[in-house]
Ligand binder design. Structure first.
Ligand code: 7RM
Length: 682
């Protein structure tokens, strides 16, 4: 079944921007042979305050043997993101068009925002940022739930040329502090709190903690702007705070104001709505050079220290816009919904920048798929008559468990294109998505890309590409993938190897913030002349690419990328832990989960208390999504004579596979049997 090829539905194909493989191939070839011509045609759709010239349109060096790596697109051009996404749409008659339908955690909470209003709010908030002393180039940290003020805050940064650094609001205060420290953020924007399902999170308290930690390291966040969000949303039925009951708002508060006590520093903190009251609704855009920084977004690195991926202005704009248009085949009356949190790159490019650059109408969803019931996704698709639905394999797998009846209650016939992102999608999940959600008539775009790539790089096009379940298929325009073997030799035709790219496309990262050295060693050192993704891939006899997963010490839990080193260093901080080794284990819903081996210190016992403490520590230091599933006692670890932990063997132990292969290079081979005996049974 899974080997079957699924062709785009004829009606979809007929109306698509790219409607055949022949057209795809022609366009791809043009984009590779003459990138200047291809992208300069596309750039004409946008407003440029000053123009680039043909000879400066595109320059790069990918080869460390030739000197430093650099990537430049449209040198000499200047523009402003918020101007192109907002003013331009208002000017061309889209002022009253809905930019976002907001759907709250509670189904009773929803609202909408037009392009005109989004422009006004963006300008107002840009003026607020200015009043806080934010200038072009300053970094602004954003730690917010999925509410309308989040895109407003990002766009306001772009309005004045400030560099936003959005930190996913599921990260702990330590993680937030580390990111604010690295980027030297001047201002932090957050909310008092948020309901996630029936759980209340006081985000402001986490921010206070993080700002304190930053201050201890002698950097200071000057202002913290807080959206008063809790007072305007419905709290879960019967939820209580401090033991009192009630329906609306947060109850049982100690300030008598229907709100919990929010920690406050008069000199530093201010309420968003109070600042916005007197702010002007217009703000002249800062014209930014093509290669001026647009945003920083941190992603996990294999050393444990997060990498501040830096994206710039012009190239990111044209790439986000073009991938959105072709990959989702977005048409003027469509209603698009990407469920990703804006705190990840998928939210940056495909909730905010890509859709708005196309004048699209999107759903912005604050909640979870499981609240109030496990049918929330299908309910929301039906409610807004969503035409493009973009989500993650982990979400699909977890929803499959609840059976088909929950889906069949709803009318999903508005759907045309389904998207998948974040990890490989297994064929079972693909088929369920295709048959049940897409009722066999929607194309599925399995989009492979990374924080670093800025936008889709390997993906089907919905009206053109015959689909193979689980294959991300072919490169997007401007992208030249190759497969290399361990020695860097090109693999042609069928085969499997390291997935690398030969030349830059406009939306790829330019550097790691303040660390160009690390940028070069991480991505360009191993294979000279290529950008190395860190993923493996296979090319089949039809030329389709299949992503096989990470080949470095990274793992992917429910679409969240993290490194084994990051988790190991947190575990090793515990006073009872001598050594920790972390591997990934396949998980039916999360894709992968964390399996940890712990060697306790002399005289310390390995018991349930220690396991619980370690799980808690990882939650606190990294975030709840990083919590290990299994913590196993390991009196010793399988190490080579030079002391390298052989994670290959630990991965076998984690899954209970006795075929561990060659153990002769181990310093102590008996460890392997011992670890098998100590495997927790269940
Ligand atoms: C967009 C995003 C990047 C890593 C990447 C891969 C994995 C993403 C797919 C995928 C197989 C896909 N950015 N990945 N998409 N693997 N098929 N369609 O997720 O920076 O957070 O993660 O995610 O390993 O390197 S990310």
């Amino acid at each position: 079944m899974a080997d079957r090829i699924y062709y785009p539905n004829a009606e979809l194909a007929n109306n698509a921007y790219c409607n055949s493989m022949q057209q795809y191939k022609d366009m791809h070839e043009k984009s590779i042979k003459n990138p200047e011509l291809f992208w300069s045609e596309i750039a004409k759709q946008f407003y440029w305050e000053s123009q680039t010239s043909n000879d400066k349109f595109f320059s790069y060096n990918f080869d460390l043997n030739q000197g430093d790596v650099f990537i430049k697109w449209m040198e000499g051009a200047s523009t402003n993101l918020s101007f192109n996404l907002l003013d331009k749409n208002v000017k061309c008659g889209n002022g009253d068009k809905i930019a976002f339908y907001w759907e709250g955690n509670d189904p009773e909470d929803y609202s909408r925002l037009t392009y005109r209003k989004l422009l006004e709010e963006t300008c107002r908030f840009a003026n607020v940022l200015k009043s806080k002393g934010v200038q072009k180039g300053d970094r602004v940290a954003i730690y917010m739930p999925m509410i309308l003020e989040l895109p407003i805050a990002m766009l306001a940064c772009t309005r004045i040329g400030a560099v936003h650094s959005v930190v996913f609001a599921g990260y702990s205060s330590d993680a937030l502090a580390e990111r604010m420290m690295d980027s030297k953020a001047k201002v932090l924007i957050t909310t008092d709190g948020v309901w996630r399902g029936s759980k209340l999170l006081i985000l402001k308290a986490i921010c206070d903690d993080a700002m304190k930690k930053v201050k201890e390291k002698s950097h200071e966040v000057e202002s913290c702007i807080v959206v008063s969000h809790l007072r305007r949303v419905t709290s879960p039925q019967g939820s209580t705070l401090d033991g009192e009951k009630g329906k609306h708002g947060i109850n049982g508060s100690s300030n008598g104001n229907n709100e919990p006590n929010i920690p406050w520093d008069e000199d530093r903190d201010c309420w968003w709505h109070e600042e916005m009251e007197d702010a002007e609704a217009s703000c002249y855009p800062a014209w930014m050079a093509a290669e001026d920084p647009l945003f920083i977004l941190y992603t996990s690195g294999s050393t444990g220290k997060p990498k501040g991926v830096l994206h710039t202005t012009a190239g990111y704009l044209i790439y986000a816009a073009t991938t959105f248009k072709y990959v989702f085949d977005y048409k003027p009356n469509d209603i698009y919904w990407c469920t990703a949190d804006i705190g990840w790159i998928t939210g940056h490019t495909y909730v905010v920048y890509g859709p708005l650059a196309n004048g699209a109408t999107s759903v912005l969803f604050e909640g979870t798929p499981f609240y109030p019931e496990n049918d929330r996704f299908w309910k929301v698709i039906d409610k807004f008559k969503v035409t493009q639905f973009y989500t993650a394999p982990t979400a699909i797998r977890s929803l499959m468990k609840f059976g088909d009846d929950l889906v069949k209650k709803y009318d999903l016939s508005s759907l045309k294109v389904l998207g998948s992102v974040g990890e490989p999608i297994n064929s079972e999940a693909w088929l369920w998505f295709y048959n049940l959600i897409g009722h066999g008539k929607c194309s599925i775009v399995d989009t492979f890309w990374q924080t670093e790539t800025g936008g889709h790089v390997i993906t089907p096009l919905p009206g053109a590409t015959p689909m193979k379940p689980g294959s991300a298929s072919f490169p997007f325009f401007g992208v030249r993938p190759e497969l290399l073997d361990e020695d860097g030799k090109l693999i042609e035709g069928e085969g499997e190897g390291y997935l690398v790219f030969r030349q830059p496309w406009p939306g790829m990262m330019r550097s790691l913030y303040n660390n160009h050295e690390r940028f070069q060693t991480t991505y360009f050192d191993k294979f000279r002349g290529f950008y190395c993704t860190g993923d493996g891939a296979r090319r089949d006899s039809d030329g389709y690419l299949w992503i096989t997963g990470r080949i470095d010490d990274m793992l992917n839990v429910s679409g969240h990328l993290m490194s084994t080193a990051e988790v190991e260093s947190v575990l090793a901080e515990h006073p009872s832990v001598a050594e920790a080794a972390v591997v990934s284990k396949p998980h039916p819903v999360k894709g992968q989960c964390l399996y940890c081996f712990i060697t306790p210190n002399e005289g310390k016992t390995f018991d349930k208390t220690l396991q619980d403490e370690l799980k808690k520590k990882v939650r606190e230091k990294i975030g709840p999504f990083a919590q290990p599933d299994i913590i196993q006692h390991a009196p010793g670890l399988p190490k080579t004579r030079s002391g390298k932990i052989m994670r290959r063997i630990l991965r076998k132990i984690a899954i209970g596979d006795k075929n561990v292969g060659d153990t002769s290079t181990l310093a102590d081979e008996s460890i392997v049997d011992l670890l098998f005996q100590l495997r927790p049974q269940n």
